[in-house]
Ligand binder design. Structure first.
Ligand code: SAH
Length: 401
């Protein structure tokens, strides 16, 4: 294995278990004597050592500002059952968290650094594990990962590899038919259960792995508020919040998403769970236009769950403008005594920045606004305490007088 030697004192963050080594921290690369290339190849395992040559960790080599994503600290190689061990530990944590029940077979099994597996995301839907590689290193190990998933989780019958838009190259969207990365025809979607509600999950055509698992508990909270309300679910995607609102006794539910495919899924999900509910309305429309066009203020419970406005640090000011704009529109349009559930899933926007953006939006409109709840990501999206960057989802529940 090739060795990455750090500059003096650059070992400090590694000794504090931060899982990334930045390219600027590297003094030199010592290649194995028989190594055939002039430098490590992206996705390979490398050893990380301090400036004296002492082993610190093993990780995946990457091209870019994050040069190594660390998989294991204090060792110079990975045990042969490494993937199995980590996946078993993550599975154990999901069981401890009470997420795996008869009325809930939908959960995130692996949340990257939060499960000590940088670059790997795995969501489980009923009998299918959908695997997403965010690093070439994970792509290289995809077969071992798939095998470990199939062998560890008794319910997993199908492992689908979906990394078509998360890697620097085009990964096969279909499984590669090794038997562990299965992509056979017919395995493109399933009905999964979340808190007793059924959702159509289409991991082939859907966004990300097919569903936003991270809002499960926030949807449950919304359900408790929904009784008798006229609910507007903006950026609804598959309509998670809409279906919970109906179960909670909403008077009417309106779902809005710019994607027509998403609207088809919302409609299918509403009909599957509540075939007799006649007050669900759905629109494939831009959220900003939709709010602008509302002549009367008829909604008294609004959900704003936009996509990550800031994908990178340099997009922060634009993103904050987006949050201010959409929140001020909703605060302006909501009925007196209305409840607003507002979220940000941009990792680059922290909870103070988001709260300030919502504060500014409220001040612009000039209505009295109080915070009832501060929301975040659930237990199956754990945050490694040494990697605070893993915190991304934040939300506020506001009471608007
Ligand atoms: N609330 C959803 C997840 C939202 S993801 C859930 O619980 O599952 C963000 C959604 O916003 C995506 O479905 C995307 O299609 C939609 N979207 C993006 N830009 C939009 C816009 N300008 N107007 C309306 N919807 C938009």
């Amino acid at each position: 294995m090739n060795t990455i030697i750090l500059k003096p004192r650059k070992e400090e963050s590694v000794l504090r278990f931060h899982p990334w080594v930045f390219s600027g921290a590297i003094a030199k690369i010592v290649l194995d004597s028989h190594y055939p290339h002039a430098q490590p190849q992206e996705g390979e395992l490398v050893r990380v050592a301090d400036s004296t040559g002492k082993t610190l960790a093993v990780g995946h080599w990457q091209v870019g500002s994050i040069a190594v994503r660390i998989l294991a600290f204090g060792v110079d190689s990975l045990p042969s059952d490494f993937w199995k061990q980590r996946i078993a530990a993550a599975w154990q944590l999901r069981q401890v968290s009470g997420l795996v029940r008869e009325d809930n077979d939908t959960f995130r099994l692996i949340h990257g650094e939060g499960d000590f597996l940088p670059g790997l995301v795995v969501d489980v839907y009923h009998d299918t594990a959908v695997v997403q590689a965010h690093s070439v290193g994970i792509h290289v190990h995809r077969h071992e990962i798939a095998r470990a998933l199939a062998e560890t989780l008794p319910q997993v019958k199908n492992v689908y590899y979906k990394s078509d838009d998360t890697l620097p190259f085009k990964a096969p969207i279909e499984g590669d038919k090794t038997g562990y990365l299965i992509g056979k025809a017919g395995d493109e979607a399933c009905w999964a259960t979340e808190n007793g509600l059924q959702f159509r999950i289409d991991w082939v055509r859907g966004q990300k792995t097919g569903f936003f698992v991270d809002q499960r508990e926030n949807r449950l909270l919304l359900e408790h508020y929904a009784k008798g309300h006229d609910v507007l679910n903006m950026f609804c995607y598959t309509g998670g919040f809409s279906v919970y609102a109906i179960r909670g006794g909403a008077k009417s539910v309106t779902s809005v998403d710019v994607s027509a495919k998403a609207i088809d899924l919302v409609n299918a999900n509403v009909v599957r769970n509540f075939p007799d509910f006649t007050a669900h309305y759905s629109y494939a429309a831009d959220a900003f236009d939709f709010l602008n066009e509302q002549k009367e203020n008829k909604y008294d419970l609004i959900i704003l769950d936009p996509p990550a406005f800031a994908k990178h640090r340099d997009a922060i000011s634009n993103a904050l403008r987006g949050y201010r704009r959409i929140n001020s529109k909703a605060i302006e349009k909501i009925q007196h005594g209305g409840i607003l559930f507002t979220f940000s899933c941009s990792q680059a926007i922290d909870k103070e920045m988001f709260r300030l953006a919502v504060f500014t939006a409220a001040a612009q409109v000039g209505r009295k606004v109080r915070i009832l709840h501060q929301l975040h990501q659930p237990a199956d999206h754990p945050i490694n305490i040494y990697h605070p960057e893993g915190e991304y989802l934040k939300g506020l529940v506001l009471y608007v007088e």
